[in-house]
Write a protein that binds this ligand. Structure first.
Ligand code: HEC
Ligand code: HEC
Ligand code: HEC
Ligand code: HEC
Ligand code: HEC
Ligand code: HEC
Ligand code: HEC
Ligand code: HEC
Ligand code: HEC
Ligand code: HEC
Ligand code: HEC
Length: 414
């Protein structure tokens, strides 16, 4: 076992040999001792441990291959306060401050959700080293780097994908990384679209991650369409032209944005049956009357059973460019309605298209014929049940009277 004491003995031998060498090799010029070697003398041993049992081993090769190793940084550039001339050093070593060289990154980080939480004493919130490492930091463009596009998901998932840490630190949103992993974006990151699919930092930033409640956040409610639209340009343009997009331009942020219909981390391919039927309910959270009348129709009853190859709200209204029926550009305007039905009902006539997909049997003003027809059917139903109900009660009465009253059946034999 390597203990602090055995390290000290080894270091003493190193110093003795170092002092003896110039005398024995007087001819060769004295090689400038690499300053890091003095530190590595004790720390290169991977099994070295501090008195508290914490590993103090440093992988010298990995350090040399790191961006800081390539730049030939000295151990003491980061471990300020220590010196190869003053060894052995004290047990208490000050923590490394990356900001001494990376003041820009450090200033950005200070304003992020992680930086603020750290400052407030939250020791779980990501610090520089949680995302970048310590002695093995690589440039982000290096495919092996923790912050390379391909590895960011795993880096964030150390916390946001660990059920234990999520529960312990009460991370907002729960295990978002596992949802993301199974989403269309998570899958695309492992396929041919790898380079263009978003990972956590595409939507959240890296040194600009803020809570969604912060209006400066890239995922603040008002900013979401632009964040998604940085890649999905045609959908953003259609959305902005539609009623929902216009609402937001008027400052009504309560109108739906991309994630209300698609979610943020569990986004599915739009053709998935599950998405097609769920998004109907989502439209219904705001347009409850229209959902109710839709459910009364053949289209709505079939989709309620989970069968998606049927007219959904978006089949008739469009998904992103939804407009009021009075707008001639609407898919359900007088001008376009027939064409919209014909997409599925190839032979549909103008008469067919006049069928009201939101007919409301409770609304006399909107649908008088439907209202009275429904009323008639309800009255008829009531009448039939009432008649047979009374009939059955009378019949029962008669049966009981016959059984217990001792009377014969109109004089017939028992
Ligand atoms: C004589 C052996 C020896 C030498 C040489 C040495 N160290 Fe250490 N170092 C130790 C020991 C032992 C500890 C653990 C102290 C303890 O028990 O807390 C330690 C602890 C540390 C720690 C803190 C680890 C932690 O988080 O608790 C750092 C950082 C460190 N050394 C850096 C250096 C640097 C940089 C140099 C070169 C300037 C260096 N050391 C030279 C033996 C050595
Ligand atoms: C780019 C800055 C940087 C350089 C250069 C650097 N270190 Fe560190 N080192 C760190 C950070 C960060 C930690 C984690 C502890 C902390 O945050 O203070 C650390 C931790 C350590 C520890 C404690 C064990 C551990 O891994 O947590 C030792 C020992 C250590 N360094 C030794 C060295 C030695 C020896 C060298 C030179 C070969 C060196 N360091 C070079 C940044 C650096
Ligand atoms: C939540 C994870 C996370 C934390 C915390 C974090 N970074 Fe980063 N950092 C990243 C990612 C991801 C990238 C790559 C960004 C990119 O490719 O756009 C990056 C890029 C960098 C870069 C290179 C790009 C640049 O801006 O010059 C430096 C330097 C850097 N970080 C330093 C730091 C320092 C110093 C800290 C602490 C003050 C820190 N980072 C905290 C994730 C993080
Ligand atoms: C003594 C100064 C110094 C310290 C301290 C230091 N670095 Fe660096 N770091 C550099 C230099 C210089 C570069 C190379 C910058 C360049 O080429 O653009 C660099 C590069 C980086 C890069 C790669 C940037 C890129 O272009 O992708 C990252 C990431 C990084 N450092 C993170 C850290 C972290 C995290 C810490 C603290 C643990 C730290 N550094 C401490 C000097 C330092
Ligand atoms: C496609 C864009 C996108 C990607 C990729 C993404 N997020 Fe998000 N994230 C969002 C949006 C937008 C929100 C805001 C909440 C909402 O609208 O539902 C959010 C919210 C969050 C929240 C807060 C959750 C809550 O409900 O309060 C966390 C934590 C989070 N994301 C972490 C991550 C992590 C970790 C990853 C990578 C594994 C990631 N995100 C990938 C867009 C994204
Ligand atoms: C070392 C653990 C750790 C890592 C790694 C980490 N986070 Fe976090 N994250 C936290 C903690 C803890 C919080 C909660 C801070 C608080 O209480 O405000 C948080 C909060 C967040 C929030 C704010 C959610 C909200 O709306 O309130 C987002 C977004 C987020 N992280 C995204 C990321 C992304 C993206 C990455 C990777 C680039 C990442 N995190 C890496 C620990 C981590
Ligand atoms: C009101 C709900 C709603 C909103 C808001 C919404 N979408 Fe959609 N989106 C849908 C529906 C429904 C579909 C499926 C359309 C279909 O079946 O043809 C869809 C399809 C998609 C597709 C698949 C390709 C396509 O165009 O059909 C992408 C990409 C997409 N949306 C991105 C976005 C983005 C980016 C935003 C924000 C700018 C957004 N969506 C806002 C409901 C919505
Ligand atoms: C960095 C670029 C990028 C960002 C940012 C982004 N996406 Fe995507 N998204 C993609 C790529 C690439 C695909 C294609 C994956 C595939 O087809 O394999 C995709 C696929 C989708 C799909 C499925 C498309 C289909 O054909 O059914 C939807 C829906 C979607 N994204 C919505 C969103 C939403 C909502 C946001 C914001 C919360 C968002 N995207 C942010 C790049 C991005
Ligand atoms: C978060 C709430 C919300 C969701 C979800 C939502 N909408 Fe809307 N929608 C609105 C609001 C608010 C208006 C504007 C109403 C107004 O102008 O009076 C609107 C307007 C419309 C209009 C134009 C009618 C008008 O009165 O201007 C249509 C059509 C429409 N939505 C269809 C849909 C469809 C289809 C979906 C699902 C794919 C959907 N909406 C999802 C809130 C929502
Ligand atoms: C079969 C096609 C069809 C389906 C499916 C459909 N609608 Fe409609 N919707 C229409 C037509 C046509 C109108 C115009 C009726 C009218 O003149 O009032 C309309 C009107 C509306 C309006 C009012 C528009 C305005 O300008 O006042 C809203 C909101 C709406 N629908 C939402 C929905 C929602 C939400 C769903 C799904 C739950 C849905 N629709 C399903 C065809 C459809
Ligand atoms: C996305 C495809 C789609 C669109 C768009 C669509 N329907 Fe349908 N609709 C169906 C399917 C599938 C059925 C099942 C019966 C069938 O195949 O005719 C159906 C059935 C019906 C029925 C009841 C059965 C029948 O044939 O009498 C009516 C009425 C109807 N649709 C009216 C309309 C009207 C009006 C429109 C345009 C405003 C419309 N639909 C748009 C797919 C669609």
């Amino acid at each position: 076992m390597i203990t602090p004491r055995s390290l000290l003995v080894a270091f003493a031998c190193f110093l003795l040999l170092g002092a003896a060498s110039p005398a024995t090799h007087a001819a060769s010029p004295p090689a400038a001792p690499a300053p890091n070697d003095a530190c590595l003398m004790c720390h290169a041993d991977k099994d070295a441990k501090s008195a508290a049992g914490k590993s103090i081993g440093v992988d010298a090769d990995r350090f040399k291959a790191s961006v800081h190793g390539e730049l030939q940084l000295k151990c003491t550039d980061c471990h300020a306060g220590l010196s190869p001339q003053k060894l052995p050093h004290a047990d208490n070593v000050a923590p490394v401050n990356c900001a001494t060289c990376h003041d820009k990154a450090a200033a950005e980080y200070a304003g992020t959700v992680h930086g603020v939480a750290r400052k407030g004493g939250n020791t779980v919130a990501a610090a520089c080293t949680d995302c970048h490492g310590t002695h093995d930091i690589l440039r982000s463009k290096d495919p092996q780097s923790r912050t390379n596009h391909a590895n960011v998901e795993a880096t964030c998932a150390k916390c946001h994908g660990s059920d234990a840490i999520v529960a312990q630190a009460k991370l907002p949103g729960g295990n978002v990384a596992s949802k993301f992993h199974d989403s269309i974006h998570g899958k695309a990151l492992k396929g041919a679209a790898q380079g263009s699919a978003p990972t956590c930092s595409n939507c959240h930033g890296a040194h600009s991650i803020r809570p969604k409640s912060d209006e400066k956040s890239s995922v603040a409610r008002a900013k979401i369409p632009d964040t998604c639209g940085s890649c999905h340009k045609p959908e953003l343009a259609a959305f902005q032209n539609g009623r929902h997009g216009k609402l937001r331009q008027d400052g009504v942020v309560a109108g739906p944005g991309c994630t209300d219909c698609h979610s943020a981390h569990a986004i599915q391919q739009h053709t998935a049956a599950n998405f097609q039927t769920e998004v109907i309910k989502e439209c219904g959270t705001c347009h409850s009357d229209y959902l109710k009348t839709y459910r009364d129709t053949f289209h709505g009853q079939v989709t309620e059973l989970g069968y998606a190859r049927m007219a959904t709200c978006a089949s008739c209204h469009g998904a992103h460019d939804v407009r009021p029926a009075s707008d001639p550009a609407s898919k359900v305007s007088k001008e376009n309605r027939l064409k919209t039905c014909q997409a599925c009902h190839a032979g549909a006539s103008a008469n067919f298209a006049s069928f009201d997909p939101h007919a409301n049997r409770h609304d006399k003003a909107r649908d008088p014929v439907y209202y009275y027809a429904a009323l008639f059917m309800e009255l008829l139903l009531f009448g039939v049940f009432a008649f047979f109900g009374v009939h059955t009660v009378l019949w029962l009465y008669r049966e009981l009277a016959v059984k217990f009253g001792g009377g014969g059946r109109h004089g017939g034999p028992r």
